[in-house]
Design a protein around this ligand. Structure first.
Ligand SMILES: Cc1cc2nc3c(=O)[nH]c(=O)nc-3n(C[C@H](O)[C@H](O)[C@H](O)COP(=O)(O)OP(=O)(O)OC[C@H]3O[C@@H](n4cnc5c(N)ncnc54)[C@H](O)[C@@H]3O)c2cc1C
Length: 498
């Protein structure tokens, strides 16, 4: 009998991590990818001597990547190196205040006391509550399927529920933060963590206040070579473990018989498999690969996470007041989220994120210049006029950068590219250009997000940012863990027969 075969649809971070895990389990693994490169949203490009990570820029929880190398019994340092970063972000406010978020808690507390009139114990209490919440609830959410009864019939659940304060469930993240910080600036800084999964802090539950634990306590990291080195490392590791990648190959359907997956169709060829894992957006998987209108219609009922408008600017001078991660905050934060999620438009005073990897590696820009990744949150694509939005947003971004950094930025832009939600969908197959699948704007969002397995077809599984536990690199890597553990349990017989 042949080695059991697994097909992965898509080589995003979740797909590659699943491929590595399944090859370690003994599967013959093939990844079909519609692009001519691996990594999905985690890609890179160069223009006019500037190098840009096209998508993600913040790297937390490197242990998820270390775990894959341990599992594969390969030395990580041969493939991937990273360092911790002392300053997780520098925040600029319209009132002239500038706050440096040190990852050292004592230094950060002093900064919040000196600049914003907070108390050192306030930060300590907040972060230790976030840690407790993460250790008791977050860890369950990240490591187990919420759609299996075995997850719920365990004593860890009782302990987890004992930790849950009513305010985590009944109040929004903004309400939670407003009760714990004195200044509106500190509340805004901690509200911002809702955007880490494309959500609205004025709607998302207080439960999301565990997110700062990851960045502030567990730490912020920088992968040597930029974020693309995560893609490169996992791609190389997968190849080393025998995974085959077939690029420029879009899967057009998932085949099944008697409620059991039998393989996929690629370029009109049927490719048989025992297991199929879709790393493609789950909406597209149901709608086009399974031709299943019932499930895809249900997904349409869930609110999409935010998307992004990104300008990649080559800047012909250096800005010493900026670091690797910088935020220029909107002075109208609540209205910004009303625009994103209710009006589906872009406010004229958007919060601007600027990532500059040449601060870490000078070679990413020509001498004495900087590579600016300038991003604002925008709604998912509902058919808005993105050309108009981009022209307006560019003007507003330039005005705000000039105001807050006291400069004339337009005259310093020597190279420019742009990406909007329509291009994000075209390049990465993300429905409506959402960065993180569905939003977490209500308490039940986590339970409504699709499971990592199909209840309809045996042998069909899902990973990546659009299924449980959600978007962002750490969560996508966890989806690979959950899916492959479910596969391990569900396929014992295959290997016994073999
Ligand atoms: C601008 C931007 C900024 C972000 N910032 C951060 C950040 O700072 N930190 C962070 O952690 N996360 C961030 N994210 C989110 C993060 O990038 C994603 O959550 C994550 O990379 C998604 O990985 P995935 O496994 O879901 O696969 P994806 O990256 O979505 O890739 C899916 C792959 O499947 C392929 N595919 C789809 N359909 C088919 C088919 N039918 N046949 C074959 N192949 C197919 C696609 O071509 C694609 O390569 C950001 C995303 C973007 C776009």
């Amino acid at each position: 009998m042949q080695t059991p075969k697994a097909i992965i649809i898509g080589s995003g971070i979740g797909g590659m991590a699943t491929a590595i895990r399944l090859s370690v389990q003994g599967f013959d693994v093939v990844v079909y990818e519609s692009n001519d490169y691996p990594g999905g949203k985690l890609s890179v490009f160069e223009k006019d001597g500037f190098r840009f990570d096209a998508g993600p820029s913040l790297f937390t929880q490197p242990q998820n990547i270390e775990e894959l190398f341990l599992l594969a019994n390969e030395p990580i340092e041969k493939y991937f190196n990273y360092e911790s970063v002392d300053i997780s972000c520098t925040y600029f406010f319209e009132n002239g205040k500038i706050v440096t978020a040190h990852t050292d808690q004592v230094k950060y507390a002093k900064e919040l006391v000196d600049k914003l009139g907070e108390t050192a114990t306030g930060l300590k209490k907040y972060l230790s509550a976030a840690e407790k919440l993460y250790n008791n609830i977050g860890v369950i959410f990240l490591n187990y399927s919420l759609h299996k009864s075995t997850t719920w019939l365990h004593r860890r659940i009782i302990k987890a529920f004992q930790t849950v304060r009513l305010s985590y469930i009944t109040g929004t993240m903004h309400e939670h933060n407003s009760k714990r910080f004195i200044s509106k600036e500190a509340v805004q800084i901690f509200n911002r963590f809702a955007t880490y999964n494309g959500s609205n802090p004025y709607k998302a539950p207080g439960m999301l206040s565990l997110i700062p634990h990851l960045e502030q306590t567990q730490g912020t990291y920088y992968p040597k070579g930029g974020m693309i080195s995560i893609t490169e490392a996992l791609h190389q590791l997968a190849i080393k473990k025998g995974v085959k990648f077939i690029f420029n190959s879009k899967v057009s359907s998932i085949s099944h018989e008697n409620n059991k997956v039998t393989g996929v169709v690629v370029n009109n060829d049927f490719i048989p498999a025992n297991i199929v894992v879709s790393n493609a957006d789950v909406y597209f998987t149901y709608k086009y690969l399974l031709n299943d209108n019932t499930h895809s219609q249900k997904l349409l009922g869930l609110e999409r996470s935010s998307s992004a408008l990104i300008f990649y600017w080559g800047i012909n001078k250096k800005f010493n007041q900026l670091g690797l991660h910088n935020i220029l905050f909107s002075n109208h934060y609540k209205e910004e989220f009303d625009h994103l999620f209710t009006k589906k438009t872009v406010i004229d005073d958007p919060t601007i994120y600027i990532n500059i990897t040449s601060k870490m590696e000078a070679a990413h820009a020509p001498d004495q210049q900087e590579n600016w990744f300038v991003m604002i949150n925008v709604p998912a694509n509902y058919g808005q006029n993105w050309n108009e939005f981009a022209i307006e947003a560019r003007k507003n971004i330039i005005n705000k950068v000039n105001r807050l950094l006291n400069t004339d930025i337009e005259s310093a832009i020597v190279s420019e590219s742009m990406m909007d939600p329509v291009q994000i969908e075209q390049k990465t197959g993300s429905f409506m250009g959402s960065l993180y699948g569905t939003s977490s704007n209500n308490l039940f969002a986590a339970f409504l997000r699709p499971a990592n397995f199909s209840t309809q077809f045996k042998g069909l599984y899902f990973c990546g940012g659009t299924v449980h536990p959600g978007g962002g690199i750490p969560l996508c890597l966890k989806s690979a863990y959950i899916a492959s553990e479910l596969i391990k349990k569900g396929t014992k017989k295959l290997f016994i027969q073999h």
